[in-house]
Design a protein around this ligand. Structure first.
Ligand code: ZN
Length: 412
């Protein structure tokens, strides 16, 4: 992405401000940087990255870049292990986030007449409250369910006449399957699904869309940078528009840290341009994606990144080849008879790495055996490594309301 002079100017001002924060994280990190000397994109790209470990080290409130009286709220990212990350927000941050989320609803065609059932969690996590604040700013009716209690979710959908579902991909799939099982789809008014916070494959998208009979939109975001709502896919369904007036983004090679050309897959790195409570400079998201060059047919001018293809941490090297979940999705997508659910197990057997690919299918007997062989050949052709295909029946692989892990590396 080309960095404009106005973005460079914002960055200079931001760094100068951060350097004055007493004991602030960036006051120390960027101590030796002269903001006035950041004149070109190359100068900017010489600045150090910020990683999640830096944010953990600043626990509890070391990221705060404004005086305490200006902080109105904190959120915390859902780290599974170790010290959490705490992000302080000013009123402007909270307002800006709601404004971006409102834009997301608008791009998805949601209006003040819609009823939005919000199933992601509330609390320290940013998902639920982000969906809600944007919904209220738009003027639509928020139905703040939070996660779980599928019975009540479906009952409310029916009785209140929910038109828009906000959910994680795995919970949307669980709801879609449950609605299909109960045969209640005809009694629902659902039109759209806004699906966030997880990487999900095209096949899973198609299943949710067809079982629910709705248009789906991917919403992007992370707690460290506001939360969900900094970007969303549109009706063209070719990547997500990112709000580049609030965030500057780069795609880098996760191994070398160098920028990659537009269109090439790499790690998304974000710099906030307007955040006050906890601005971040060159924050490594560890999400794998790419810039989609060119204009979007939908007419929206915000630049686009691809659907998240995986996590740099999920990327595993087997037999010299990088493999990540998005690739597995893509590979399975066009094999007829294969469902969207899969698991990859990597083991070290008799001195060799061995990849076992479990996938769900409705097919039985001879057809299933032939399908396994086709999956094996297709995977070899597209990814470049051999797998042991293991077809299983529908529903045999675990579903989760949380982020699903699909690649298990058992070698170490
Ligand atoms: Zn578009």
């Amino acid at each position: 992405m080309q960095m404009t002079e106005s973005v460079l100017s914002v960055v200079r001002g931001q760094i100068a401000r951060l350097q004055k924060v007493p004991n602030g994280f960036y006051a120390q990190r960027l101590r030796d940087v002269d903001p006035a000397a950041i004149r070109t994109q190359a100068d900017f790209e010489a600045l150090p990255f910020t990683d999640k470990d830096d944010l953990r080290a600043a626990y509890p409130l070391g990221l705060a870049a404004v005086p305490e009286e200006q902080i109105v709220r904190i959120h915390s990212s859902s780290g599974t292990t170790g010290t959490p990350v705490i992000i302080p927000y000013t009123q402007k941050d909270v307002d800006d986030w709601a404004l971006m989320f409102k834009r997301c609803y608008e791009i998805a065609g949601v209006t003040a007449k819609d009823r939005v059932q919000i199933t992601p969690g509330y609390g320290l996590w940013t998902a639920g409250i982000g969906f809600q604040a944007g919904c209220e700013l738009l003027g639509a009716m928020a139905i703040p369910m939070g996660p779980g209690n599928t019975d009540k979710q479906i009952r409310f959908m029916e009785d209140i006449g929910t038109t828009v579902l906000g959910a994680t991909s795995s919970y949307a799939l669980l709801l879609a399957e449950e609605i299909a099982r109960r045969g209640v789809r005809d009694r629902l008014k659902l039109k759209k699904g806004i699906i966030g916070s997880e990487r999900w494959g095209e096949k899973m998208r198609r299943r949710i869309a067809s079982e629910l009979g709705v248009s789906l939109y991917d919403i992007y975001g992370l707690t460290e940078i506001y939360g969900p709502g900094i970007g969303i896919s549109c009706d063209a369904n070719d990547g997500m528009h990112m709000f580049d007036d609030y965030v500057y983004f780069e795609i880098i090679d996760p191994k070398t840290g160098k920028p990659v050309p537009d269109g090439t897959i790499g790690e998304l790195v974000i710099t906030t341009l307007q955040k006050e409570g906890a601005p971040l400079i060159r924050y490594r998201t560890h999400d794998l994606t790419r810039v989609i060059p060119g204009d979007c047919p939908c007419g929206c001018a915000y630049p686009r990144i691809d659907t998240i293809l995986g996590r740099t941490d999920d990327m595993v090297k087997v037999k010299g080849v990088n493999i990540f979940p998005g690739q597995v999705d893509e590979t399975l997508r066009d094999v007829e008879g294969v469902s969207s659910e899969y698991q990859v197990m990597i083991d070290h057997v008799e001195g060799k790495d061995c990849i076992t690919l479990f996938f769900e299918t409705e097919w039985e007997g001879e057809a299933r055996i032939a399908l396994a062989e086709r999956v094996k050949q297709h995977f070899k052709a597209l990814v470049g490594v051999s797998v042991v295909p293991k077809p299983v029946s529908m529903g045999e692989l675990p579903r989760s309301e949380k982020k699903s892990t699909r690649i298990f590396d058992n070698r170490y």
